[in-house]
Design a protein. Structure first.
Length: 124
């Protein structure tokens, strides 16, 4: 398997996680506005939503790193743009780290949402 095929598999994997995580956020927002609208712990549900949205950003950053590895990066004369290009994720380690942080945020957000649902259920 060549490097392009590996990159394609990794990007498809990240896209599926982003799609699933967006669906999860949609479900949490639906719970927020319907079933648990009257819960006194409603503000607690905002934290898992925020954490899962951060997970989406980290997964997209990892996706960007894969794209940056596949294309030739443009050279700039401007110092600010040079700094910007140098700070982009390009290495396999940076991509892996961004993916791992995104996965950790997905897990944390899911656990916190489950805790909210449990607390909301026992308080009613």
């Amino acid at each position: 398997m060549n490097e392009n095929e590996k990159s394609q598999i990794h990007t498809d994997y990240l896209k599926s996680w982003v799609t699933a995580t967006l669906a999860f956020v949609g479900g949490e927002v639906t719970l927020l506005n319907t079933v648990y609208r009257e819960s006194e712990y409603l503000s607690v549900l905002y934290l898992p939503i925020l954490i899962v949205m951060l997970a989406i950003l980290f997964c997209l950053a990892a996706f960007e790193g894969i794209v940056n590895r596949a294309i030739d990066m443009t050279e700039f004369n401007n110092r600010i743009l040079k700094f910007w290009v140098k700070s982009l994720p390009i290495t396999k380690e940076a991509i892996w780290l961004l993916s791992a942080i995104g996965g950790a945020f997905i897990a944390i957000g899911t656990v916190l949402a489950a805790i909210f649902i449990y607390i909301a259920q026992i308080s009613t």
